[in-house]
Write a protein of this length. Sequence first.
Length: 265
Amino acid sequence: MKNKIVCFAIAAIFGGITTFTACKKDTDDIASGTANVQIRMTDAPGDFEEINLNVKEIVLVSGGKPYVFAATTAQFNILDFRIGTNNPDILVASGDMPSGEITEIRLVLNEGNTIVVGGVESALTIPSGSSSGIKVKLTENPELVAGVGYSLLLDFDAAKSIVATGNGKYLLKPVVRGITAATTGLISGTVLPILSHPEILVIKGTDTVGTVANTLTGKFTVGGLAAGTYAVKFAPVVGYRDSTITNVTVSSGQTTALGTITLKQ
């Protein structure tokens, strides 16, 4: 359960839907005020043999500032990646950015995109004016939370995004919109006395996620937790007793608040 993710999904579509999954990573990111983002792509089918995309970067705008995620994947055939198959999506970029509201998402492509129809490969041309990227129209702006990792899934609708202009020529003119949904949860609380300095361990089977309480307030938060039932163990310094809370239920998109836990000497 190391670097587990608290997911919350955004959809961005090329005529279809995308899911943007937000995930809690660990308390280091909470302290630094950053969130981790993974950007993936998938396809809604079209009547083509190949659509080979050359992604340059993904741009996320927050607080009026663009954050650029350079593509880490070479040119790929998007038709090889479809939800419901053994290859549901492909990771194209990832990185960290400050927490806050995302107000705009843009997909930027390089030249060299191609399409194969009837066994013939042709250039896939991007219309002029698209150099700054193709905008994702979000129905709701996602809020990035510090310490959370986000998986942004772009669903490319091939049938609606490719325009045949005649003489074997094609344009890429994607339509993009977005939706959001939460898919994982967190556990939070306060542990006292402050001098007990406990490590907090969230346990499910053989998996364990650890954090420590704030040294001034005793507050703690553990994210990246899939829906399910957990045990939360408090392991304090010498002089205080260990304590465990069992049957702690985590629900998707919710924070399970344990309240104040007081450790005994």
